[in-house]
Design a protein around this ligand. Structure first.
Ligand SMILES: [Zn+2]
Length: 319
């Protein structure tokens, strides 16, 4: 009898053990993704009867913003944030203001602004521009949440997630307790074709959705009516209506001032002119992307909208 005869063959891992290992690996990955996505939510007072609710997480360090406004007809919530955060947004409002929102405004269709509609629709009327309802009611093209520029086809939204009240042009909500106005204004071709900007308490606070991304190139949803030139026009109207004391709140990142928005508008306009001039000289998108923008705009190139994505969105807007 040799040594090898007495050695047992190595035990193969059985099918069921492999299944368990794979299950544990997938479960751990999902749990990690959930923890990285979940993050935290804070609420703070901006002015009398106007509150900012910000959620951030390791996966979305620039987070999402909502605004809550106390009006004569209950609390108006502007944007639901991602569905995973909507419950916390609602809880923060109930805890601080004593009641859930009775009106929800979607500044546009993107899921990080309207994804939690179905969680709030029982207590609240969901309001948006008519193009948001039209888009969410049919299969629609959009971008993937994590990859800028990537395509994703969204199914039509379930009825509970759809806006119930739509408007075109201008919609005035119930006034604030102070008497200040809450006006929703449509901007036809900016970040999307269904952008609403909410002027609150006579411009003391302005919720601009994703028309303004402070400190970063903005995203233009060119698949759904967004347009870089229209976005500039929208910023011009916002600048004209606001004053040095106005608090301008984008859908992401910290609020900005009128002076900061004017400086941002200038930078965005300059980059559009550079791309327009290059395109008019016959340069292709690939050539312009390859050359890049002058170094002074490098700080605007962000994770969500890197410089190449911005050049591509502007190039398509100029077609
Ligand atoms: Zn958006």
């Amino acid at each position: 009898m040799t040594d090898t005869d007495t050695q047992k063959p190595p035990r193969a891992i059985g099918k069921s053990r492999w299944a368990l290992i794979i299950f544990l690996f997938v479960a751990a990955s999902l749990l990690t993704a959930y923890v990285l996505l979940r993050g935290s939510t804070d609420i703070r007072k901006l002015t009398e009867q106007v509150y900012l609710i910000q959620s951030t997480s390791p996966l979305f360090p620039h987070g999402s913003n909502s605004i809550a406004v106390q009006t004569n007809n209950g609390i108006v919530l502007i944007d639901t944030q991602l569905a995973i955060w909507t419950g916390r947004v609602n809880d923060a409002i109930v805890k601080t203001l004593g009641a859930p929102p009775s009106t929800v405004v979607n500044t546009h269709w993107h899921t990080d602004h309207s994804g939690g509609n179905d969680q709030l629709t029982e207590a609240a009327d969901i309001v948006a521009h008519e193009n948001v309802l039209a888009l969410l009611s049919r299969p629609h093209e959009g971008f993937g949440l994590t990859e800028p520029g990537s395509h994703h086809t969204y199914d039509p939204r379930e009825k509970d997630g759809l806006p119930e009240t739509v408007y075109d042009g201008l919609l005035t909500l119930a006034p604030m307790r102070s008497g200040g106005l809450v006006e929703i204004v449509h901007f036809p071709h900016a970040h999307t074709d269904g952008d609403s900007v909410v002027f609150i308490d006579d411009e003391k606070v302005v919720a601009v959705g994703d028309i303004v991304w402070p400190g970063s190139f903005p995203f233009i949803d060119v698949h759904n009516g967004g347009d870089a030139i229209g976005l500039l026009a929208a910023i011009d109207v916002i600048l004209a209506r606001t004053n040095p004391q106005s608090i301008i709140v984008g859908g992401h990142r910290d609020p900005t001032t009128q002076a900061e928005l004017a400086a941002y508008r200038a930078q965005i306009a300059e980059t559009i002119e550079i791309i327009r001039t290059a395109k008019a000289a016959g340069k292709s998108l690939a050539e312009i992307t390859n050359e890049g923008l002058p170094g002074q705009y490098a700080s605007l190139s962000g994770d969500t909208v890197p410089e190449a994505t911005w050049i591509s969105m502007v190039y398509q807007s100029l077609e």
